[in-house]
Ligand binder design. Structure first.
Ligand SMILES: NC(=O)c1ccc[n+]([C@@H]2O[C@H](COP(=O)([O-])OP(=O)(O)OC[C@H]3O[C@@H](n4cnc5c(N)ncnc54)[C@H](OP(=O)(O)O)[C@@H]3O)[C@@H](O)[C@H]2O)c1
Length: 400
């Protein structure tokens, strides 16, 4: 087990290829495919000159299962790493089933015509993957991904019972642009403009978009305003963490970003339905994506750090405890190593580590799994070795 096919040559895909190429003993053959072959070729040239590794490249439309099946049958990878867009998750999972290939992604399936984040579509593949002896690892990015593994680590080592989790995500960096998103603008804006949702006392509670917020003093960054949002990892964590009574997700935004977003929303530019324009049908959000800076291009002038982690409260030996597990990642250092900023880096590194866990059979169980269902220890060890070191500290202040 040492041959991978990576699909998606965007900001995250580029980091995954770099990190896999750095570990030649694990990833003996790396293939890269995306909708636009020239993007794969540019990454392949960079990898050849930096690490001396050959990366064959291909064009594929991952919305079409038959095209994927033909490509997979030609390459015969052990594992497919899906870092295209969430819209392609199901067609790629279908192709993996048909060809007998293990599967990994970083974001859950979303239907194109509705901003809806739910695992139900992918969890429905459980029996089919299991019966074919195949594994699908869902959400192996940072959040979802590392945040799920932090919770599993808390459950295994720090607490007898975790009652409350707050996932906090801060990008304290500055890319120097008036308005840009750090990963795919379409996916990012759909996520941010959706209603907030959190889970408490066994049920989901909804809030208006970005209406609930508070300050948080982020290590290495300082005080920032963070906003309650829905985020997909809460769905599986609410089911898999024993004794959990509440889970919320918070992300920081600057005033400049929020003002631009409000204007874009007010004028209809974030709509995801088709509108008629000069005899053509266009989706405003897709058009906006074409105008905004490519997230992959932001790295050059990005300064500052990200801090993402989990504040957990619970009981250990009958005593109340509050711990914060987090990572700090520097935009400029990420760019120096991989040519990508820290948001792509913090997603691409865990995708590589998840793939490594599967290829080395440290994580290899047939079926469809979320990250917290695996043993956190080898993954946590790899985070420290592969560029995303973490810390655990006592955390005094409660998030209200
Ligand atoms: N878990 C996390 O922490 C986390 C964080 C950030 C992002 N993500 C996820 O990571 C993924 C990649 O994000 P990104 O920022 O790298 O996005 P991106 O820069 O937009 O890259 C997406 C890539 O997928 C390719 N693609 C899109 N549709 C395709 C299709 N039908 N067939 C083949 N290739 C297709 C695109 O090809 P073209 O360029 O040719 O169109 C592009 O190269 C997304 O699913 C995102 O939600 C996860």
């Amino acid at each position: 087990m040492d041959k991978v096919l990576i699909i998606g040559a965007g900001g995250v895909g580029k980091v995954v290829v770099h990190k896999c190429a750095q570990q030649k003993s694990v990833f003996k053959e790396i293939h890269l495919a995306s909708r636009t072959k020239s993007k794969c070729d540019a990454i392949s040239r960079e990898i050849k000159s930096r690490y001396g590794v050959d990366i064959p490249t291909y064009a594929v439309d991952a919305d079409k299962t038959a095209e994927l099946v033909a490509l997979i049958n030609k390459i015969k990878p052990d594992l497919l790493i899906n870092v295209a867009l969430p819209y392609q998750d199901l067609t790629i999972m279908d192709a993996c089933l048909e060809t007998g290939t293990h599967y990994l992604d970083t974001a859950n399936y979303e239907p194109l015509d509705e901003a809806k984040f739910e695992y139900k579509w992918q969890w429905a593949y459980q029996d089919r993957f299991k019966s074919k002896g195949l594994m699908a690892l869902l959400g192996s990015g940072f959040d979802p991904g590392v945040t799920n593994v932090y919770c599993a680590y808390g459950q295994k080592h720090l607490f007898d019972e975790i009652n409350k989790i707050d996932i906090v995500d801060c990008n304290g960096g500055d890319h120097g642009k008036a308005f840009a998103t750090n990963f795919n603008p379409e996916i990012n804006i759909r996520e941010v403009t959706a209603k907030g949702r959190y889970w408490a006392q066994g049920q989901w509670h909804e809030t208006n978009p970005l209406s609930v917020h508070q300050g948080f003093d982020f290590p290495a960054i300082g005080e920032r305003e963070m906003y309650l949002m829905y985020h997909e990892e809460m769905e599986s964590l609410a089911q898999n963490i024993k004794g959990l009574k509440q889970i919320r997700f918070w992300m920081t935004f600057g005033q400049e970003y929020l003002t631009h977003l409000r204007v874009l929303q007010n004028v209809g530019m974030t709509r995801i339905d088709e509108v008629e324009y000069e005899g053509q049908k266009i989706v405003p959000l897709k058009f906006l994506k074409a105008l905004l800076p490519d997230p992959g291009s932001l790295g050059q002038s990005y300064e500052g750090k990200t801090c993402i982690g989990c504040v957990m409260e619970g009981l250990k030996n009958g005593q109340s405890q509050r711990k914060f597990i987090y990572n700090i990642c520097d935009h400029a250092e990420s760019f120096k190593e991989t040519g990508s900023q820290a948001v792509s880096y913090t997603t691409g590194v865990p995708a590589m580590i998840g793939a490594k866990m599967m290829l080395q059979k440290k994580w290899m169980t047939p079926g469809v799994w979320n990250m917290e269902q695996m043993d956190p220890d080898p993954f946590m060890e790899a985070l420290n070795q592969d560029g995303l070191p973490w810390q655990v500290v006592e955390w005094n202040s409660s998030i209200t």
